[in-house]
Design a binder for this molecule. Sequence first.
Ligand code: ADP
Length: 483
Amino acid sequence: MTTLQVLAVASEIYPLIKTGGLADVVGALPAALAQEDVAVRTLVPGYPSVLAALKPAKTVMTIGDSFGAPARVLAGTAAGMEILALDAAHLFDRPGNPYSGPDGLDWPDNQRRFAALSRAAADVALGAVKGYRPDVVHAHDWQAGLTFAYMNFAQGRRPGTVMTIHNLAFQGQFSAAFFPMLGLPPQAFSLAGVEYYGGVGYLKAGLHYADRVTTVSPGYAAEIRTPEEGMGFDGLLRDRSATMSGILNGIDTEAWNPQTDPHLAMQYSKASMGRRAVNKAALQSQLGLDQDPEAPLFGVVTRLSWQKGMDLLVANVPTLLGQGAQLAVLGAGEPGLEAGFRAAAASNPGRVGCVIGYDEALAHRVLAASDAVLVPSRFEPCGLTQLYALRYGTVPVVARVGGLSDTVIDANPAAMGRGVATGVQFAPVTYEMMRVAIERSVALYRQPAVWKKLQSNGMASDVSWRDPARRYAALFRELVPAG
Ligand code: ADP
């Protein structure tokens, strides 16, 4: 088998730049795919953190006018990955996160910034970097979506194309007034092109022009073809059914390994689960919770948003307290939810602890210390927290949606009878069903042998990238002519 060359295009890559799960996936795939004889180079915007990490940063392509000023593509390695960075200071040398400034507002020229990324990606895909000809281009989310529109109108042989949706809620839709700026031929502004509800749709473009469409779980792949969950794309995605699939995300099983995790008060394995008690006591102490080894401790690590069902959790704080449980929340996001958790902690000292902010080390400690992790998402393309939970012997209590339904096996009588259950699911995603799920979870927790079985089943689940990488590699190879 020859090594397949894949050009990935994305706006985030862990550990260089991250706002969410997208970065984790883009950062994990190169190493996982290397095991499958697939060599990945990833083109990302030249954000300050990317350029600072890139060595040796060799110029491999120059662009006379990259949407307003000259730019270049730099090549090098960073964090062990082959990176191509679009060095365009007028677009990417800014404070804040990849999409918004320090005031939290989206940059007004995001349409220009990510058109520039996609234009550069298409040029690289078609051979603009000397000595580099990718076999397949893998575009992630709307920021990379226009890549395939640009490639479509170029002459000559082009690589295979795969568009991956990490979250359909982020669509990259802009006013039609921007279309002329994109430099696409007029016929691209049509239903069979980049036009989307009267504007320009960047994700739409990717989904329309890609040879294959994937999303990050089979459950989400099915859901987004329904009018209820399709967020306007269900028709297009139903048309693409024959070329669409769901491939679950894995997690970094080295960074997330309870046997070696440097962030924990006490490391442990499946054979020494009793040592988790030390982590529980340490977290209780850190968050000002009562030192109560018997109280079921529910943990949450998440963006605080409507998608994540956090309003349902705020409403269910009395349910948790009524069950004698404790709650530890680590999250940041919508101000109303932040205030809600702060208030819950202030009025229930010793029972509810919250840390508002983003803290990687604390995330590890919450996972290792909690008895159960709550993930009440209204929709969830894949979800990573429940995968970390499985690996850490923390029982996931999840909404039965998207990737959550694919990765957690509910402790119903049939699954318990077969000895395969790993957690608790609930549906529909309402206050009431979440309340029932919390009560069911506490009842299971109060049966130590049953709980221990859930924990050890979870720890035995394969949440690594091995299987997903095989599936991506197989998909990529389908797009490359034999021989
Ligand atoms: P999404 O990408 O929709 O936010 P995912 O579950 O796919 O949700 O990925 C979220 C990632 O971000 C996980 O790695 C999770 O642990 C991490 N995370 C979210 N909020 C925080 C936080 N406040 N502190 C530390 N890590 C967080």
